[in-house]
Design a protein around this ligand. Structure first.
Ligand code: ADP
Ligand code: ZN
Ligand code: ZN
Length: 744
C-alpha cells in the first residue's frame, strides 16, 4: 500500500503530496490522518509528514515510511485540506491546529502556590521568521528546531524547550540576542479549576422570549439536525442563561458542547458561571496562557471523552471533541474569530462545517451582530432569535452626545467637554466609579514641524511615531522601533517641533491635573503586559476603590462593574477614520459595548460620547441603542459600494525587501488574474502600495479583488500563486486574506 504524504514544513513548494510505501507491520495502524516520519529529499533526512491519502500503487519509485506518531480522523484531514484551499495556505499548517499540543506534563501538585517561571515567546511575526528560515538566514539546525517548535507553542518554559528540541539554554539565549525570541517572567497560577469552589446555581425560569429561543434550538439538537441560529439580544437579556440550559440538555443527550468566546472575555468570572452549573471535571478550558503541559492535559481530557464542555478562544474550534451536540459562538461579531496569521481562517466558517458533520445546531450570539450575519438572518439563511428585554430588568443607560466643534467654539481647548468634566466631578463627590475610553495609546500621536510641515515617521515603517511620556521616547506602534525625542526639525532645523494628538497617557495626566484627589488606573497595551494582566488591572479597579479607569478598547469587555455609573468616550472618531469598509460597524459596536459598561445593576448609568462628527449615523444609532436603524443604513451603503455581504473582498498582500521586485511580482499576479478570472463577476483593482506602505523595512503592496468567492475562482487564484512560487522571487512574500479584519 502507498500513502500520500504532505511534509510538515511551510515552504510553499512543499505544498504537494509525496508517495511513500507503507511497511507491512504498519498497514493496520496507518490511516488518513496519521502523522509519520519519512526520509525526505536527496539527503533522506528524516522529516515529519501527514498521511492525506492511501492508494494501491504509485507511478514512482518510493521510499518507506519509518515510523508512525499519532492519528487524526479522516474528517479532520478533510477539514485541513478544505482550509488549505479556502485560506490559501499549506495543509500542514492546518493540520497543526488539530494536533495534541506537546506531550504529557510533569504532574504538578495542585497545592503549589503561585510561582514565577521564565517563558519564551517569539519576538517577530511568524511570517517573518518563516521567511528568514526559507532564505537560509538562520543556519544553525538547533536554532531552526527551536523556532519551528515555538511557532506552535509560544509561552513554553525554557526546560520544556530543552525537553522537546534537545537544545540547551545557550542556543535560546542566542536567539534572544538576535531578536527572534523574548524570555519573560510569568506568574503561574494554580490550575484555575483545581481547587475552585463556586457556589452552585440553579437554572432560572426562562422568560417567554428566552424559552422561545431555547425551544427552537433544542428541537434541532434533539432531532440531531444542523441549523445555524443567530441569538440577537441586548446585553443582559439572558443569552448566557440560554447557553447554559442548552448545554445541560446536550449533556443529557450524551453529547458534548463547544463554546467559543473572545480571548479577552475568557475571564475567571465567565468560567465561574459554567462551574456553578456543571461538574468542573467535565469542563475543559483552552486559552493562550495555558502552559504546554496544561494544554496537553486539557486536550486529552477532551479526547478521552472526560471533558464534555469545551470553553475556549478561536482555536478551541479544533478541539478533538466527539459527538458534539451544540456549538455556541458568543459575541459572534468579535474580530478575534478571524485569524490574522497563517492559516487565516474564520472560526465561524470552521464551526459551520463541524456543526454540519456532527448534525448539531450552531448558535451565534450577540448584542450587536455582524452586519453580514444579520443580513443572512434576514435572508432566512440563519434562523433569527430575538431577546428584546433585559432579564434582570436593569435599565439601559442614558447617552448624551457632545459636539467637540462646539466646545472649541466656546473656548474649551481641553480634551474634556464641560459636560464630561462636570459629570466626573459629580461622580467623584458621590463616590461612584467612572470609565474613560480613548482608543489611542501613548501621549501624543503625531509630531510635526510647524515651520515646514515635516512629520516624524518610523524609519522602518511609513507611519507616524507616537510620543510616550513615561519612557520619554518616540515609539512606532507597528514595529516597536524607539527613538529619542526630536526638538529640532531634521529637515529645516527649526525648533518649532510640536506634539499633537492625545493618547491615553496624556489623558491620564490631564485627569490627574484636573482632579488631583481622584485615583486613576490606566489600561492599554503599555500597562497590560504578559506579566501584568488585563484581569489584574480590572480587579484592582473593581476591588481597590479606584475612581477612574482610563483605557483603550480593552476596557470594553469582560467585567461587570456594579459601581460604574459614568462612561465617557473621549474621542468617538478614532475608529471612524480608519481606512476600512467596516469603520462604521466597528464604531457602532465599540460605542454600544462601552455604553453597556455603565449602570449594569441597581445604579442608573450615564454615558457621554464626545465627537467631531455628531451627525454620523453610527454614532447616532449607538446613542439610541438602535441596532436595526444602524443596520438598515449600513446595509444600503454596502450595497451601493459593493462590500460584504454583497461580495467577498479578497486581499492579496505582497511584502518585499526590494521595491522593484514587489512591483514586478504584483503586476504579474495582476495580469494572470486578469486573464483568468471572469471579469463580469470580479472587479480586480490594480496593484497599489498598501495604506501603510512599509513596515519593518519591507515594502507593502496589495491587490484587492471584489466578487463572490467560488470554487472556480479559488482554484484560479491558488494556481496563479503556485506559478509565482515556482518562479522564485526570493525577496517577496505573498499572503491572501478573504474578508480581512484589517485593510491597512
Ligand atoms: P447576556 O448573556 O445576554 O448578557 P446574561 O445571561 O448574563 O445575559 O443575563 C443577565 C443577568 O440576568 C444575569 O445576572 C443573569 O443571571 C440574569 N438572568 C438571566 N436569565 C434570567 C431569568 N430568566 N430570570 C432572572 N434572571 C435572569
Ligand atoms: Zn521643519
Ligand atoms: Zn516601525
Amino acid at each position: 500500500m502507498i500513502a500520500e504524504i504532505v511534509i510538515n514544513r511551510s515552504a510553499k513548494k512543499l505544498n504537494t503530496t509525496f508517495d511513500y510505501a507503507i511497511p507491512k507491520d504498519l498497514e493496520e495502524l496507518i490511516m488518513i490522518g496519521s502523522t509519520v516520519i519519512v526520509p525526505f529529499g536527496k539527503s533522506s533526512a528524516l522529516e515529519e509528514g501527514y498521511v492525506v491519502g492511501i492508494k494501491e500503487n504509485s507511478e514512482y519509485e518510493v521510499k518507506e515510511i519509518v515510523k508512525i506518531k499519532h492519528n487524526l480522523s479522516e474528517n479532520q484531514i478533510e477539514l485541513a485540506q478544505w482550509m488549505a484551499k479556502r485560506y490559501f495556505c499549506n495543509v500542514s499548517d492546518c493540520i497543526k491546529q488539530m494536533l495534541t499540543p506537546g506531550t504529557k506534563s510533569k504532574k504538578e501538585s495542585n497545592n503549589v502556590k503561585d510561582k514565577i517561571i521564565n517563558v519564551v515567546y517569539l519576538k517577530k511575526e511568524i511570517d517573518e521568521i518563516q521567511f528568514d528560515l526559507d532564505i537560509g538566514k538562520i543556519k544553525s539546525e538547533k536554532q531552526k528546531k527551536i523556532l519551528q517548535f515555538l511557532k506552535g507553542n509560544e509561552g513554553v518554559t525554557l526546560s520544556e524547550i530543552e525537553m522537546f528540541t534537545g537544545a540547551n539554554r545557550t542556543i535560546i539565549k542566542t536567539l534572544e540576542k538576535n531578536g527572534y525570541v523574548e524570555i519573560l517572567e510569568q506568574k503561574i497560577e494554580r490550575n484555575p479549576l483545581a481547587n475552585k469552589t463556586v457556589t452552585k446555581t440553579n437554572n432560572y425560569k426562562l422568560t417567554n422570549e428566552q424559552q422561545n429561543a431555547f425551544d427552537k434550538v433544542y428541537t434541532y439538537m434533539e432531532k440531531s439536525e444542523y441549523q445555524e441560529f443567530l441569538l440577537y439580544g441586548i446585553t443582559g437579556s439572558g443569552k448566557t442563561e440560554i447557553y447554559l440550559q442548552l448545554i445541560e440538555q446536550a449533556l443529557k443527550l450524551n453529547r458534548t458542547a463547544i463554546v467559543l468566546v473572545p480571548e479577552i472575555s475568557l475571564t475567571p468570572q465567565m468560567i465561574d458561571r459554567f462551574i456553578s452549573r456543571f461538574n468542573k471535571n467535565e469542563i475543559a478550558v483552552l486559552h493562550s496562557k495555558l502552559s504546554i503541559g496544561e494544554r496537553y492535559d486539557e486536550w486529552n481530557k477532551i479526547k478521552s471523552g472526560n471533558a464534555k464542555i469545551i470553553i475556549g478562544a478561536r482555536s478551541a474550534i479544533f478541539a478533538p471533541a466527539k459527538n458534539i451536540g451544540i456549538i455556541i459562538i458568543d459575541e459572534e461579531h468579535d474580530s478575534s474569530y478571524k485569524s490574522e496569521s497563517v492559516p487565516k481562517y474564520d472560526a465561524k466558517e470552521i464551526a459551520k462545517r463541524i456543526a454540519k458533520e456532527n448534525n448539531c445546531p450552531l448558535l451565534l450570539g450577540s448584542a450587536t451582530p455582524d452586519v453580514v450575519t444579520y443580513y443572512k438572518a434576514l435572508q432566512n439563511k440563519i434562523m433569527l432569535l430575538k431577546l428584546t428585554k433585559r432579564a434582570n430588568s436593569a435599565t439601559l443607560p442614558n447617552i448624551d452626545i457632545v459636539d467637540l466643534k462646539m466646545e472649541l467654539a466656546n473656548g474649551n481647548k481641553s480634551m474634556l467637554s464641560y459636560a464630561l468634566h462636570d459629570s466626573i466631578q459629580e461622580n467623584l463627590e458621590d463616590k461612584k466609579q467612572t470609565i474613560l475610553f480613548l482608543n489611542r495609546r501613548g501621549y501624543s500621536t503625531f509630531i510635526m514641524c510647524r515651520e515646514c510641515g515635516y512629520t516624524v515617521k518610523c524609519k522602518n515603517c511609513n507611519i507616524s511615531m507616537t510620543y510616550h511620556k513615561t519612557e520619554n521616547k518616540l515609539k512606532c506602534h507597528y514595529c516597536g522601533h524607539e527613538e529619542n525625542l526630536v526638538t529640532i526639525c531634521p529637515k529645516c532645523k527649526s525648533t518649532k517641533i510640536r506634539y499633537f494628538g492625545t493618547g491615553t497617557q496624556k489623558l491620564e495626566q490631564e485627569i490627574n491635573r484636573m482632579f488631583p484627589n481622584a485615583s486613576t488606573i490606566r489600561m492599554d497595551v503599555d500597562t497590560v503586559t504578559k506579566k501584568n494582566s488585563h484581569e489584574e488591572i480590572l480587579n484592582k479597579f473593581k476591588n481597590d476603590g479606584i475612581d477612574i479607569l482610563i483605557g483603550t478598547q480593552m476596557v470594553v469587555k469582560g467585567h461587570h462593574f456594579p459601581k460604574v455609573t459614568l462612561v465617557g468616550v473621549v474621542a468617538a472618531d478614532s475608529s471612524l477614520n480608519i481606512d476600512d469598509y467596516r469603520a462604521n460597524e466597528r464604531t457602532f459596536q465599540i460605542l454600544t459595548q462601552v455604553a453597556g459598561r455603565a449602570g449594569r445593576e441597581k445604579l442608573p448609568g450615564k454615558v457621554i460620547i464626545q465627537t467631531y462628527n455628531p451627525e454620523n449615523f453610527s454614532i447616532k444609532c449607538a446613542q439610541q441603542q438602535n441596532f436595526e436603524l444602524f443596520y438598515n443604513t449600513e446595509i444600503e451603503l454596502r450595497k451601493q459600494l459593493k462590500y460584504p455581504p454583497f461580495c467577498d473582498i479578497i486581499l492579496i498582500g505582497f511584502n518585499s525587501l526590494k521595491e522593484e521586485e514587489i512591483i514586478e511580482v504584483s503586476n504579474r499576479v495582476y495580469m494572470e488574474l486578469n486573464n483568468n478570472l471572469n471579469k463580469s463577476e470580479f472587479i480586480i483593482l490594480k496593484p497599489m502600495p498598501s495604506p501603510i506602505d512599509k513596515i519593518q523595512n519591507r515594502f507593502r503592496w496589495r491587490i484587492i479583488i471584489k466578487g463572490n468567492m467560488t470554487e472556480e475562482a479559488n482554484s484560479i487564484i491558488n494556481n496563479c500563486l503556485k506559478d509565482i512560487y515556482n518562479t522564485n522571487y526570493k525577496n517577496t512574500r505573498i499572503t491572501v486574506d478573504i474578508n480581512p479584519n484589517n485593510m491597512t
